[in-house]
Design a protein around this ligand. Sequence first.
Ligand code: HEC
Length: 99
Amino acid sequence: MIFVLALLSVATVASANPFPKGNAQAGQKLFEKYDCNSCHNSMMGGDGNKIFTRIDRRRNSPEELIDQISMCSGNVKAHFTPQETQDLAAYLNIFYKFK
Ligand code: HEC
């Protein structure tokens, strides 16, 4: 079963990726460098990542995710380049799973 799931997710990644120019690993490094979950952690009772998968999450399309990254970049006083924004989006899409 796990094997089948793995195959399915590979197929999904290959067929559709809303952030083809983003590098999820680079995005994760930025996310950690800027301590992006610092606020989300306290909002979500310790696990800030839950903000990305909560039932009533605000961002429900790739475009909205990009918008929110731009908004939250102000919170960490960062000016992300378009490439860095794509990287962050590719990383966050591990949670959002937009296709
Ligand atoms: C100063 C506090 C703060 C920091 C730091 C912060 N955020 Fe946020 N973030 C928020 C708040 C508040 C919300 C919820 C907004 C809402 O509910 O409408 C949020 C929501 C989000 C969401 C949307 C969650 C959803 O509901 O879909 C994303 C994506 C996000 N932040 C990304 C980031 C990234 C990337 C960084 C680092 C560059 C970051 N945030 C840093 C305060 C912060």
